[in-house]
Design a protein around this ligand. Structure first.
Ligand code: GDP
Length: 303
């Protein structure tokens, strides 16, 4: 229900345009495909992904001998889902949380994308699932970041391990690991500073943090989540590229999907970067985040 509500803008825009296209064309021809490409690109599906998709669609339409545009809707949905998953057909790609021992989640992303909010929402969700959660305030760089994380810690009712502003993020996260272990916590979520201006610095900082984590907990971090703002469109895609060059990203949190009609970015991210979108942000409140399900997303577009 919330999901449908949060996706309203994308859904209205996309299904409106698509239905209009189908009504106007009736016959599936080259012009139809060209206009369909435009509709998809406008929804931020991304040029490369659109080209892949429409090529697949052409072949499928030929194979099934579809002449009428009404018959093409289902094929579009099927192909969108296929494009999303690529070769690995897993349906919902769950967060990697260990059954035993401490799971460590590192959260990265540039300022303003909704990183702090998403950490708060995630802590809340994990708590709802009966997990005990600790947060580490590893963004020691941005003014107010620590205090803001503390506010979310209070909302989610989890403790926040911190040092003063400007201190070494790796040291804060080290403290977080110690605290989480001594409290027998299930999950430690580590905030980090997202300075993209200098890729070398970013890379060094993240690898230092990762070394500290690995040393304390072999096999950790279990997730490196990159937070991206859906309203920034193709810019989000380029941020994802830069971050995945700096560190191994295991999943995406795509925020503010409620604020854009261009939700197609989710397909571009998966198809072009091969990184699964694990959560989508659909509002500013603590409950407004959901696991991403490509089937529900794609079929929701046509309702
Ligand atoms: P940070 O700088 O990356 O930590 O970003 P914040 O967590 O402070 O979020 C920046 C702004 O985006 C805040 O006003 C949040 O309320 C808002 N925000 C975060 N996630 C979402 C979302 O999913 N939907 C909407 N509409 N707003 C969001």
């Amino acid at each position: 229900k919330k999901y449908q509500e949060g996706m309203k803008k994308t859904r209205n825009s996309f299904s409106g345009k698509l239905n209009d296209l189908i009504a106007r064309y009736r016959k599936v021809d080259e012009d139809f495909f060209e206009e369909l490409e435009e509709v998809l690109i406008t929804a931020d599906v991304g040029v490369t992904t659109v080209m892949d998709l429409v090529e697949e669609l052409r072949m499928e339409v030929k194979r099934q001998n579809i002449k009428d545009t009404n018959g093409v809707k289902d094929v579009i949905s099927e192909k969108l889902v296929e494009i999303y998953y690529g070769d690995d057909n897993e349906k919902i790609e769950k967060l990697n949380i260990q059954n035993e021992g401490l799971s460590v989640i590192l959260v990265v992303g540039v300022n303003g994308v909704g990183k702090t909010t998403s950490i708060g929402k995630l802590a809340h969700q994990l708590k709802q699932q009966g997990k005990s959660v600790v947060l580490a305030a590893g963004d020691t760089f941005r003014a107010g970041a620590i205090e803001q994380l503390e506010v979310w810690g209070e909302r989610a009712n989890v403790s926040v391990i911190k040092q003063s502003a400007g201190s070494d993020p790796a040291a804060v996260i080290f403290d977080g690991l110690k605290a989480a272990k001594s409290r027998n916590a299930d999950v430690l979520i580590c905030d980090t500073a997202g300075r993209l201006q200098n890729k070398v610095n970013l890379m060094n900082e993240l690898s230092k943090v990762k070394r500290v984590i690995e040393k304390e907990i072999p096999g950790a971090p279990h997730e490196v989540l990159l937070v991206l703002d859906a309203t920034t469109g193709q810019n989000a895609l380029s941020q994802a590229k830069t971050f995945s060059e700096a560190t191994e990203v295991s999943g995406i949190v795509l925020t503010k999907l409620d604020g854009t009609a261009k939700g197609g970015i989710v397909l571009a991210i998966r198809n072009e970067l091969k990184i699964p979108v694990k959560y989508v942000g659909l509002g500013e409140q603590i409950e407004d985040m959901q696991e991403f399900d490509a089937n529900a997303f794609v079929y929701g577009l046509f309702e």
